[in-house]
Design a protein around this ligand. Structure first.
Ligand code: SIN
Ligand code: FE2
Length: 217
């Protein structure tokens, strides 16, 4: 697999970086609301605790996940799908906090996707060595809506490619408060996260969170 490192000026926290057609990284877009988002996240996690899901192939994922909103993404022996209830508790997923939805709408709009209203947020927690192999987000019903992805806590090496697995993957570091938005021609772009390096972040401790906002229904 071919990869290339994307140049990124660490002192520039305002200029969007193009990752592909219809895909941008908004450096530090959420820094000023990270604290409010994190407080809301902690409340969601109390209601729907993180869990390591099993892939249809029988592997236990290294990333721990949960969801909020009208539906939530789940994986088990039967496959990947969106479900209205948390299979771990049998209860509906916690409602999406307003600060989450506002951030997603604002970031989408800044990236050229006005009026995006998410109906679900997939929450991923990475501890040291946790990773996500390159994949497409394709379980949503209407692919005209973008994916809005927020990073909190420890930095991660992110990979972003094209519609085909064989296409070149760009690599870039995602920092606390960064938002990546992909839609349009990039909606089915392959993306992944390399094994997380050990570290400590003042807000999240020894981990990284990724919140990805989607319109799934
Ligand atoms: C995902 O693809 O669901 C998460 C990507 C990330 O953690 O940055
Ligand atoms: Fe994904």
């Amino acid at each position: 697999m071919i990869t290339a490192d994307l140049f990124r000026d660490p002192s520039d926290r305002t200029t969007p970086i193009r990752l592909g057609e219809g895909a941008s990284l908004l450096p530090g877009f959420a820094c000023d609301r990270a604290e409010a988002v994190f407080a809301a996240l902690e409340e969601v996690l109390r209601q729907a605790p993180l869990r390591r899901m099993r892939t249809p192939g029988g592997h236990v994922m290294t990333v721990a996940m949960t969801c909020c909103g009208d539906r939530g993404w789940t994986s088990d022996a039967d496959g990947y799908r969106y479900a209205a209830r948390d299979p771990a508790s049998g209860r509906p997923w916690p409602p999406m906090p307003e600060v989450f939805a506002e951030l997603a709408t604002d970031a989408a709009s800044a990236a050229g996707y006005p009026a995006f209203v998410p109906d679900t947020c997939l929450i991923n927690r990475y501890v040291a060595e946790a990773k996500l192999s390159p994949h497409q987000d394709r379980d949503e019903r209407d692919l005209s809506h973008p994916i809005v992805s927020l990073s909190l806590g420890l930095p991660a090496r992110f990979q972003f490619g094209g519609r085909h697995r064989s296409e070149r993957l760009l690599r870039t570091t995602l920092e606390h408060g960064d938002v990546v938005v992909w839609g349009g021609a990039s909606r089915l772009a392959y993306h992944g996260v390399l094994p997380l390096a050990t570290g400590r972040h003042p807000m999240t401790g020894d981990c990284r969170y990724n919140l990805s906002f989607r319109r799934a229904g």
